[in-house]
Design a protein around this ligand. Sequence first.
Ligand code: TEU
Ligand code: CA
Length: 630
Amino acid sequence: MITRDSRVKDLMENPIARDVIGRLVQYAGVSESLILNPVVKNLKLSAIPKFAGKSIRDADGVIDTMIDLFNQEEGTKPVSPSDNKAWWKEAVIYQIYPRSFMDGNNDGVGDIPGIIQKLDYLHDLGVSALWLSPIFDSPNDDNGYDVRDYRAIMEEFGTMADVETLITELHNRGMRLILDLVVNHTSDEHEWFVDSVQNPDGKHGDYYIWRRTNGNTPPNNWNSFFSGPAWEKVDERDEWYLHLFSKKQPDLNWENEDVRDDVCAIIDFWRNKGVDGFRLDVINYISKTSLSDGNETLGGLLGFTGIEHYFYGKHLHEYLHEMRTRSFKDMFTVGETPGTGPEMNKLLTADGREELNTLFNFDHLENLGKSRFDDYRYNLNHLKSCFIGYESDYANYAWPSVFVENHDNPRMVSKIDTREEYRDAIAKLLAVLLLTARGTVFLYQGQELGAVNVPFHDISELRDIESVNRYDAMLSGGASEAEAWKTVLRGTRDHARTPMQWSAGKFGGFSEHAPWIRVGDKDECNVDSQQQDENSVLSAYRALILLRKEHAALVYGAFTPFEPKKQDVFCYFRDDGDERFYIEVNLCSRTIHRPKPHGETEMELVFSNYLAQDDAMQPYEANVYRVQKR
Ligand code: TEU
Ligand code: CA
């Protein structure tokens, strides 16, 4: 057990402490050797505040909060390595944002019949499963991440019969369906919440997290991810409810057994319909360890006040294990878990623990110390160091997911380099990294075309609640319209949410009706033209997916980096004993020296994002070679 008398060196034995220290070290930009320095190593935790002096506000509070967190895993056995095979480890999963994928009935909103129309396209691309962002009945405060009825289909998206057809049509093609389960919160229009408001003593009275305070201050200082406080007062109950996201997304009270029974019943319902798995929205937030004030210092560091009380709550493992054994059984699960670190992630996903199959870690999406709304160019050396972390030690114990895009992030190509002449090369470079990685690959719609950010003109063109709230909050905070717009435009999730570009036709072939959100650069970038072009980004994705399917070494093979310390270049081998591959990637826009691994003379180039190789590596050049085994 860790106490205030423990010494810094004792922390390295504790999995959570290792993650937290790892993160602090990264953010503070200090080297790990500082912590291993003999003086620091022997410091008692209680002495840190004195050392840190005024630089850490409320350092005592930070330390107590941390000690509680560390002791959560006291006595947990370390996980053992695993090399089991599974369909989902080999899968390339394609994420669809249904509102923007294909409009089957020309009302401007994408739908399930639209997806069914495009199944042959997806099958030809080679993807093994689809993950659909939420399709359940919802008032759409957060585009379906606010569910009103988990057993009904959003009217705009179609009917239950459409979903049943989709499942059959996918299964006929040997493909699978993964739904998005949002159960950290519901919509405030869900019947549980409506009843909870009206009947505090009834069955649903305790389904949400309600607290009473004297007066008009919320129960604690936690922030909502969508701006403002995380609490909303309801006069009818004279109480506040917790909402980590918008006020139309009240958090469920997972400590109530009936809530967990109801969640299991929802999972059973969809399992019986033939769904193959779930992506679990912010699933690491379901257990709130306490409702005490968040530490403001940590809040500043982690981006949101209060997060230490719920990003790795004390019942998290227990609830996940319960859902797995009661309902998920052998269905696939991928947890969305913002903020957890590698040691926690091993505990959440190791095969033998029966919790999640894999999870989304977001560390690689932004450079250290940067957030999505900051003004900076993404440096690919960071992606390299994250990938080395996931692929090396971590993947021996737990199976990573690999991805660079989803519906919550601007397009990766635009983060890296906005120069048009490099667009295709970068898009293909990303395809190489993803499809030669040890992990389950997730692609986001449009990524296979090399989609880039959208030049929105002003706030009236944005639809996302996060962007709109942030813009308003900045204006109320005194920012000018121009400043607020510049910031929001950089990070808006709407960059990824514009209609899929099927053709250069009106509205990009997505619909005949003006879509719910504007269309991007459909004339330059669309499926029709890329289908015809064997050098297109689309053709590159198709070729690399096929290559991965045909060579197990690219899925399960050991990952060995070559000269990992060298900047601006990323080289590695994948080897499963039968076959060996060598991948080399230029991470920058300069021409660089090509590293030459010794003793690997006979290499056959099987993929390149350039038509011809040179002695030097060209900007963003990425190659895959098959190494002849002797
Ligand atoms: O996202 C959770 C999350 O923490 C963030 O990615 C979030 O979108 C934002 O970046 C906060 O600053 C999930 C979903 O993917 C997202 O679309 C939902 O809005 C959110 O949960 C709430 O359900
Ligand atoms: Ca429609």
